[in-house]
Structures are given as C-alpha cells and as structure tokens.
Design a protein around this ligand. Structure first.
Ligand code: SAM
Length: 203
C-alpha cells in the first residue's frame, strides 16, 4: 500500500446535482439507489444492532447519511469524504445534527481512533483513474477496519447483483437478506434490480 498520496481533491464533475454525481463518464452515485438503501436501513433497524458510534465512508448524495440518522439514531456519526465539493454538501448536512462529525480526507489516510466504531458503512467509489489516489487492496481495507471497529462491531457495505459475496480474512460474513429493488443505474449505465444486505463481524 502506498501512503504518500493526496488526502483530498477537488473534481470537475460531468454532472453534480441532488440526484446524480457523474465524473469521468462514470456514475459515482445516483438516486436510483435510494429504494435499495431505504429497504436496507429499515431491515438494519429491526436487527437492533448497537450503533452508538458510526463511521460512514463517502457522503455522495447523502442518501445513506440521512437513513442512518433516521433508522440507527447514532450518538456519534463520523462521516469521511475525500472530494471537496461533496464535502461542502456534507458540511451543510451536518449543520443541524449535533452528533455528526465531518472530515475531509481519504479515510484510509485519516487517523481514526482504535476500537471506536459499533457500525461502519463503507460505500466509497474507487477513484482509481486518478494517479494520486492511494491504492489499497480490498484486504488492506479490512486490516484498517479490524483496528477501528469494536470487537462486537459490524461492517456493512452495498452489494449489487445476486452473485456471491467474497469472504474477507478475519471476518465472518452474513448475508442478512437478498432483495429485489427498483432499477439501479450502475457506474457504467447498466441496470441492476438485485441487491443484498451484507454484514461482516470480526471472528
Ligand atoms: C457511492 S458514493 C457514496 C454514496 C452515499 N452512500 C449516498 O448514499 O449518497 C461514494 C463516495 O465516496 C467518496 N470517496 C471515494 N473514495 C473515498 C475515500 N478514500 N475516502 C473518503 N471518501 C471517499 C466519493 O467522493 C463519494 O462521495
């Protein structure tokens, strides 16, 4: 892993509005994911997970941030966003929410407290096309998660399609539910109507 990389940047988006973020001809986030996320957080609320201290990676359109506030009621909701214009939207979001802490940066290069989080929602678009964007492997991400997650904490990330969910060393993976969702326009404009709720716990 290469740590000598920039910690935030300012992009020129092809499209940036309340429903869509497009950069480099790729959809970073689209409101078409909202139905999936709404269903996911309603189900997560019913699981009664401990979610006092939450880390959310990537603000995007703020859809999951709003749902986390509504369904998981965290005492502390730390959101890390790498892109400066999206970060401005995050600052607006955080203004009237006492427990929200907003950080501009690359979460992998940010000094995050050890064994702090009950729940981590990881939904970061990979800016691999930018040479200065730090390259970390999937397993590297989980090495960081294992340090900052509480021993009984959980990690959740979107899973698109009806295919298998990859295993991660040191974590037990649970597919809580497979869902049919309203059509989602993916990064490459393809359409997806299957999704899953995936949780990972330390083992
Ligand atoms: C798919 S969007 C997140 C969508 C969000 N969950 C929502 O509901 O709108 C991905 C976000 O991750 C941010 N991001 C990408 N890499 C990141 C990194 N290394 N650290 C922090 N944020 C990152 C992007 O700028 C973008 O805002």
């Amino acid at each position: 892993m290469d740590k000598l990389k920039i910690e935030n940047f300012n992009l020129k988006f092809d499209i940036k509005n309340k429903d869509l973020l497009v950069w480099n001809n790729e959809i970073i986030m689209s409101r078409t994911e909202e139905d999936y996320f709404k269903k996911m957080f309603i189900i997560l609320e019913k699981l009664n997970l401990c979610a006092n201290s939450i880390l959310e990676i990537g603000f995007g359109l703020g859809i999951s941030s709003n749902l986390i506030q509504k369904h998981l009621l965290p005492t502390k909701h730390h959101i890390v966003e790498i892109e400066a214009n999206i970060f401005k939207d995050l600052l607006v979001f955080s203004q009237d929410k006492s427990g929200v802490v907003a950080t501009l940066g690359d979460w992998r290069l940010t000094d995050l407290p050890e064994k702090e989080y009950d729940f981590i929602f990881h939904d970061a678009y990979d800016y691999g096309a930018i040479s200065e964007y730090a390259k970390f492997s999937y397993d590297d991400h989980y090495l960081i998660f294992s340090k900052i997650l509480k021993d009984d904490g959980v990690i959740c990330h979107p899973h698109f399609g009806d295919g298998p969910v990859r295993d991660v060393p040191g974590f037990k993976t649970t597919i809580v539910e497979r869902l049919k969702v309203s059509p989602i326009t993916m990064w490459d404009q393809s359409i997806c109507e299957d999704a899953a709720i995936v949780l990972r716990r330390k083992c």
